[in-house]
Design a binder for this molecule. Structure first.
Ligand code: GGG
Length: 360
């Protein structure tokens, strides 16, 4: 038993509000089984509804409020019919990532039992890699502007920002992760022939960092051929590191190769632990299926397992992942799998089956 740990729960928008209760259900079950003291506090901000009421995605004191927590458990944000997408994202999730210096976005990509890969002949174990995405700068910069707006001379400019501190620290994290894994293989994604200043510079920082990790085999790819290789040879990857935009794209493509993005988790980590880290599924709010109770809750639940690990509960985290695998392995005839993975189950039924598998 450790001391009480406080978790801020922000369901957000769309299917975020449907998968989040299942994530919390499984975390409560894990807390019961492993004797953990987890306290959950729900917040309604970072949602279209909050924006419509307050004219902003977050309250003014969001930073002080959330700083008091040990971790943030997040659902999904975005409802383009109600709030322009860039306002919802920049007004919430990107503020958290930057404000809490969560410079690592860690996204595991694993072919799970019971989920047929769209790639022929792949079995669980064949696809098992991490995407390490730089999370605070890069192409997601707010540096730029519009001149002569609304006229036929309109000019639009947005810069990519790469700092030595920002790039070196994400590369170190990726190399350290690769160094701890049996394959000891790191792949770096850029586009250095076309993007001729920032990307060759990233490449040179990768080679420099590589000298500090001589045991790690380093590959450097252009992003275009790398995406082809994700589909053709996903078994060739172990740890993949990329800029903010490229990492975002790769971490949707990777899980798609494993059958569904619905199971993919992510951790937005502040490695210094000065501020809370944030755990969220890779998927967005999917307004097209919101309200139907059919969203896959596994990405949310697996993100909860990553949060448990971050909070020091490795056994509980491993048990949650094993429970997910066990429920999936039974297949759609014996488990209430959601439609994206071939079943007819609901979000709540799948969440309950995983909690039950934990033995709570
Ligand atoms: N749970 C993830 C989520 O809500 N994603 C919305 C989105 O557009 N995210 C972009 C990003 O992760 O940078």
């Amino acid at each position: 038993m450790t001391g009480r740990q406080r978790i801020a729960v922000i369901a957000g928008d769309g299917i975020g509000t449907e998968v989040m209760p299942e994530g919390v259900r499984v975390l409560r079950a894990a807390a019961d089984v492993f004797g953990l003291s987890l306290e959950f506090t729900e917040f309604d901000f970072a949602s279209a509804e909050y924006y419509e009421r307050h004219g902003d995605m977050l309250p003014e004191d969001w930073f002080e409020t959330l700083s008091a927590f040990d971790a943030i458990y997040f659902g999904a944000v975005g409802w383009p019919d109600r709030v322009p997408d860039h306002i919802s994202l920049w007004g919430s999730l990107l503020k958290f990532r930057r404000g809490f210096d969560q410079y690592v976005n860690l996204r595991p990509c694993r072919l799970m039992p019971g989920i047929p890969s769209p790639l022929a002949g792949r079995e669980p174990g064949d696809i098992d890699f991490y995407v390490v995405r730089e999370n605070t700068e890069g192409e997601y910069s707010s540096v730029g502007g519009i001149m002569f707006e609304g006229t036929d001379r309109e000019v639009v400019l947005q810069e990519t920002v790469m700092s030595r501190t920002g790039v070196d620290r994400i590369l170190d994290f990726a190399f350290e992760l690769a160094d701890r894994r049996p394959a000891r293989h790191l792949t770096s994604a850029t586009k250095s022939n076309g993007i001729s200043i920032t990307m060759p510079w990233w490449d040179s920082r990768v080679r420099e960092a590589g000298r500090r990790f001589p045991e790690v085999r380093l590959d450097q790819y252009h992003i275009d051929i790398l995406t082809a290789n994700f589909v053709l040879h996903p078994d060739r990857f172990d740890v993949v590191v990329a800029s903010n935009l490229f990492g975002d794209i790769l971490s949707d493509l990777g899980p798609a190769c494993t059958g569904t993005i619905g199971v993919a988790p992510s951790a937005n980590i502040n490695p210094s632990r000065e501020f809370p880290s944030l755990f969220e599924p890779v998927h967005g709010s999917a307004p097209d299926i919101a309200g139907r109770g059919i969203a896959n809750p596994i990405g949310q639940i697996w993100s909860g397992a990553m949060m448990l690990e971050h909070l020091g509960h490795e056994d509980a985290a491993a048990a949650v992942v094993s429970a997910i695998e066990a429920v999936l392995a039974k297949g759609a005839r014996r488990s209430p799998l959601t439609p994206d993975i071939g079943g007819t189950g609901t979000t709540a039924e799948l969440g309950a089956a995983i909690a039950e598998e934990l033995g709570a």
